[in-house]
Write a protein that binds this ligand. Sequence first.
Ligand code: SF4
Ligand code: SF4
Length: 286
Amino acid sequence: MAEPTRPTPKKPTPKKQGATSKTPAARPTATPVRRPAGTPSTKPAAGREVGAPAQGYTSRMPESTGLQAVLAPVAGFGVTLANLFRPTVTEQYPSEKIPPKPRFHGRHQLNRYADGLEKCIGCELCAWACPADAIYVEAADNTPDEQYSPGERYGRVYQINYLRCILCGLCIEACPTRALTMTNDFELAGPTRAGLIWEKQDLLAPLRNGMLSSPHPMVEGTTDTDYYNGAVTGPTEQQEAWVTENRPDDPSLPANVAKGVPPAPRGETAQAQADLTAAATRQGTR
Ligand code: SF4
Ligand code: SF4
């Protein structure tokens, strides 16, 4: 019977210098050297010697000569130096209010046609365009007894949440009837969150001289397109008769205006904001 062959013992691999039995051999690393700020790199760009100009580069800056070359180091301070000698402008808000520029994006306004009907048709395009989801609209059908705007529909509920609004103006771009525009009113602060949600009555434009407050019928024989094209220039006798019959106490009726009946109150939020602003102005002038 042959003897079983014994396995040949493995020759131990010699350890690398610095390596331990558990971790693999560490590669020697060089400590990075920090270059002081402003020191040019000594490493040449590929294919170029240190200090040699970049190949194919021609400066388009005109060479400074004479006085220009002398002043060149301080030219960057030109705007600063010029402003040092201008009068200081400190706006004394709120005691002195500087009107903003004409195209300033301030609080919104829901406009009316010349006879007092509302331009908003409740289409919700403004709400869809708003990136901040700040507008909420609910539309309803106009009826012969309650015609608020020319055409079929009007905005029954209209809210703008000024806690969200970033006054970007995208909503007014989206409005197909120019019902929504922005005013120059920027005083939109208040102590409560609820006070910054403006309702339709707060946003509706005030009635100008001769306008009849809605609802009332459209001008006889016109369509919503006529209104949009500016064919309606004011209320007619039939519209006035309709309002007289249905709302004899309406302050916008010429007879009531002549009697000195005070105009309809503004929306509650708009009035509260006006009171707040007036109080802040008084405080600022003390
Ligand atoms: S101004 Fe801009 S953020 Fe404000 S309601 Fe209009 S779309 Fe929305
Ligand atoms: S304000 Fe203009 S866009 Fe918005 S619901 Fe009214 S009509 Fe439509």
